[in-house]
Structures are given as C-alpha cells and as structure tokens.
Design a protein around this ligand. Sequence first.
Ligand code: MF3
Ligand code: CO
Ligand code: CO
Length: 312
Amino acid sequence: MSRTEVKLRSNDPCWCGSGRKYKRCHRGSEGRVLPGRVGPLRSVPESIPRPDYVGSGEPLRRDEPMVKSASVIEAVRRAGKIAAEVLAVTGAAVAPGVTTDELDAIAHAAYLERGAYPSTLGYHGYPKSICTSVNEVICHGIPDDRPLAEGDIVNVDVTAYIDGVHGDCSAMFFAGEVDEESRRLVEVTRACRDLGIAAVAPGRPISDIGRAIEDHAHAAGYGVVRAFIGHGIGESFHTAPSIPHYYTPEARTVMEPGMIFTIEPMITVGSWREKMWDNGWTAVTSDGRRSAQFEHTLLVTDAGAEVLTPEP
Ligand code: MF3
Ligand code: CO
Ligand code: CO
C-alpha cells in the first residue's frame, strides 16, 4: 500500500503516526526531504590542531586582511587540495540507500587521514564534518539517517582546516538515475560557478561575479539564492569580502591579487526564496523545488583566478 492510495482529509490523523492532524503534519510535504536522526559527535585525535571556535562554537574576532601573505596563500593551497580530495572520496560513495551520515563518516575519516580538521564540526555548534544538501535543500543540510533515494541530487560541502587555514569546496552528486530537469539544473549551476570564476580579475569590482552568475541562471529560467553568499576565507572560515551571486552595485570592493574567497552559487528551478528547518541550519526552497550548488575557493592572481580546490 502506498500513502497516496489513502486520501486523508485535513483533520484526519497523519499517516506517519505522529498523532497530529494531517494538515499540521505531512500535508504538502510528500516527496520532500524530511529531517532524520542526527548521530553522535565524531571525535578528532588531539594530534590534529583545531580552529579557535571548537569548544565555544564562536570564532575569536580577528581582523584578517583580504589580501593574504605568501605563507597564508601557500597554506590555503594545501587546505584546498585536501578539501577537494575529501570531496571526491565522499562524492564517489553517493548512491541510493546510502545515508548522508554514512557520507559524513567517510568524509570524517578522509580528513583525519590527511591530518586535517573538519572545519564545520563545532562551528557555531554545527554537529557534523560536512554538509549534505539533498534535492530542495539549498545548503547546510546536516548529515542524518535518511538513506538517499534513487533520483536524488545531493550537494556535498567539504571544508578542511590544516596549517592554520581553511579550504572550502562543494559539488553535486547523483543517486542513481536522475531526471532530465535535475541534470540540466546541475549543469547550469556548474556553469554559473565557472562563469563567476571567469569574471574574477584584478581591478574589477566583486559585483562582476554576481552579474555573470545571475545572467546565466536567468537565461536558463532559474533563480539565484540571495540569503547565502560566497565569502573571504583563510585563517578565518568566513571573513570579508562578501561575494553575492546576484548583481548588486553594493559589491564594489575591487579585486586585488592575493585575495582569497569562495564562489558558491545556489541555483533553483523555481523560487530562489528560502525557508529554514527547525534545526536552525538547514535552508530549503520555499516552494519545495530543487536547488543545486557548486563551490570553489579562489585566489585572485595578476591574470585572473587560481582555483585552490581543484578536482583531483
Ligand atoms: N561550507 C559552508 C560554506 O560554503 C559553510 C558551512 S558552515 C556549517 O560556507 F556550519 F553550516 F557547516
Ligand atoms: Co563556503
Ligand atoms: Co562550503
């Protein structure tokens, strides 16, 4: 028997057994991703240095320059390479039936093998080593016991901390066979990220990046999420400058060689507006239609951009 064979009325008890009225529980959410159970915290050996926020959850205030020193640049190159490796290892495990917490376990082990700390673990209280954002989840999905279903699309977002700096990247993976519309969404989103990177040039304002991304997304008929943006990164996980993925004249900071930031557009089939789950982290599209994201950490060079999180 499937749920759809039973036509529940608004005030009937929900099929899920919660005891709540159907209209107050699952009505309208069939086919949506639901929060699962989040497993216990994973540990990191004391030998792996951790960022300053681990314990309190709050980063210590530091004024980090947007233009990085040669040693910070070199360190982010190492952290970025590790993040990209962890992303590839974890993405390769995406398949129907695999839970997002199993992906978290794979990623966690891959960070530790490389001597890196998973930057998200303990960041403002975030409980896991990666983010896994499935279907209509825009970003900051917390790995849980929900098994991936055939046809799901999942963003895996990996941030590695090593040698005092962070490297941050994400990509989309498919659980089995995915419908045509989702495949198109994912390819357009990857192109948006890459067109954003192509707009990186010293002497140009940061607003060029969002303009390039938005033009491509809109031409495809898609939305650009506004609530979450790219960010400077280095000794801090999130720092100046802000990188909106839509055009705004307010993003007038001029790019300079030595700046390091992420470009991580979230592109939607339908509405670009977000709703938050009760867990305070997970953002989903307001209309429940799918969203995709790709992220790289970039260095502004004399010529344009160097990708610090290259696919291995
Ligand atoms: N990696 C995400 C980003 O791209 C940040 C995740 S922070 C978390 O900026 F706490 F939600 F994990
Ligand atoms: Co980021
Ligand atoms: Co990220």
